[in-house]
Design a protein around this ligand. Structure first.
Ligand SMILES: *Cc1c(COP(=O)(O)O)cnc(C)c1O
Length: 453
């Protein structure tokens, strides 16, 4: 073995020890809820001089990491962090991320990353089997739901381009208003338009609504794909997959399921029935960095027919001429080439704990959301906004102004007691709780909500 950096970049074994020791203490000791952003000018001053012709040395750089950099970040895995979509990575997954980095695996091509890719594909197969998909389905771990959604929709458009005789002036995708912001962003990047489908009171779309939108439209043949939500980010709603799949079949539309947050519920037996229709989708994404207990950044992107994905995404050039295309090259399935084998921390944690524990942990998170929902219903000073489909709970505090809500939220963020960030729901600012962490104590959350009295 050659050691990295000999010569130009001398190896300091004490420094390696110090970095690993810091990581060890962080993983074992947990996260500090008191962390948060600081003004850029303060951080620039605190980090001043770190990059210089001579360098400041690894030990000083590590000191700045521990004392300046990390404290100015937010602990996403902290159990009272209930904002946006937080995270709850297992210690096994976090630790293994260090090993994956150290192994320097180039996960783009089978030739360079075969072992890692085989393991990543095992983790993907766990998900596609839960969805009831055939053996030949598959995909790739990408950076996040945004890149996953874009990659799937590009594959859908390319399939339509290849299959359909006529080409419209502009291609379109259909989605409900509750679709994540990354869907509109993907449409902009692809330079396609969005056909908006009406949802029910909570924003859920179904087959009849999609059929009505297509029937009322002047150019339904320009629509190539439909995006369905399993766990829309604002309220966690789930669209009616089965009836959407009926209409997609009738119109030759690609059904893409955006489950970045909520499709982790595929693992929970209690959710099986509600997710019926997922077995008929053409592609889906789920972010293990959200509710599947893996570290950032990690999105599982899978296709029922990976051949369609390869047709859209394979890159070709003189320097890629000798790439074996008969084997599984992850980069052929998304908008990316070089890639870290970012699915391996999930694989390791699954192998360590077993999938039963994943099912139990996700069921437990659902039960936390139910307990808190019941508690909100029982409290006279609070009002549930809608019955949750998953683990996002929206509620209001009647009588409070937006200023009072934001002040309460800021106060708890500053104290480190909890991170609860309000959201806008039908033009109204409401409180929003997002549960992904089985360590969250519902009684503690309800005590927090009693401070809204
Ligand atoms: C978070 C989220 C995304 C975007 O995922 P990133 O990993 O942040 O890029 C897309 N869709 C839904 C429903 C999400 O919750």
């Amino acid at each position: 073995m050659t050691r990295n950096g000999d010569g130009f970049f001398p190896v300091d074994e004490l420094l390696i020890d110090a970095v690993i020791d810091w990581s060890y203490r962080r993983i074992v000791g947990g996260e500090d809820p008191m962390t948060g952003a600081r003004p850029a000018s303060e951080l620039a001053a605190a980090l001043d001089g770190a990059i210089s012709p001579e360098g400041i040395g690894g030990h000083e750089a590590l000191r700045r990491w521990a004392h300046t950099i990390v404290p100015a970040t937010r602990a996403m895995g902290e159990s009272m962090n209930l904002a946006y979509v937080p995270a709850a990575p297992t210690a096994a997954a976090l630790t293994f991320d260090l090993a994956v980095s150290s192994a320097q695996i180039m996960g783009a091509l089978w030739e360079t990353g075969a072992g890692a890719i085989a393991a990543e594909n095992q983790a993907l197969r766990w998900l596609t089997a839960l969805a009831g998909w055939p053996e030949e389905s598959g995909g790739v771990f990408v950076q996040g739901g945004t890149v996953g959604n874009l990659s799937a929709l590009v594959a859908a458009r390319e399939r339509a381009r290849a299959r359909r005789g006529s080409q419209p002036n502009r291609w379109r995708i259909a989605a409900g208003e509750a679709a994540h912001s990354s869907i509109a962003a993907a449409a902009r990047v692809m330079d396609v338009d969005v056909l908006w489908v009406d949802g029910d009171d909570a924003g859920r779309i179904d087959g009849p609504a999609l059929a009505a939108a297509l029937a009322a439209d002047g150019d339904p043949a320009s629509v190539v794909a439909v995006v369905a939500n399993v766990g829309a980010t604002n309220a966690g709603i789930i669209d009616r997959l089965d009836s959407l799949a009926d209409v997609c079949e009738a119109h030759d539309l690609w059904l893409h399921v955006d489950g970045a947050y909520g499709l982790a519920s595929l693992v929970a037996p209690s959710m099986r029935e509600r997710l019926r229709g997922i077995e008929r989708a053409d592609s889906f994404v789920v972010d293990p960095h959200k509710w599947l207990f893996a570290p950032y950044d990690c999105c599982a992107l899978v296709y029922r027919d990976p051949v369609a994905a390869r047709a859209a995404h394979s890159q070709h050039a003189g320097y890629l001429e000798h790439v074996d295309r008969e084997v599984w090259n992850p980069s052929d399935h998304a908008i990316q080439l070089s890639r870290r084998a970012r699915g391996l921390p999930l694989w390791f944690s699954l192998a360590t704990h077993g999938t039963d524990r994943y099912a139990a942990a996700i069921e437990h998170v659902l039960s936390i959301a139910h307990s808190v929902t019941d508690g909100i219903r029982e409290r006279e000073h609070l009002e549930l906004v809608l019955e949750p489909d998953l683990s996002i709970v929206l509620f209001r505090r009647p009588g409070w102004s937006e200023e009072q809500m934001l002040a309460w939220s800021d106060e708890h963020a500053r104290l480190g007691t909890a991170l609860v960030v309000p959201t806008r729901w039908n033009d109204e600012l409401v409180f929003r709780l997002c549960f992904v962490n089985p360590a969250t104590d519902p009684a503690r959350v309800l005590r927090l909500l009693d401070t809204l009295l």
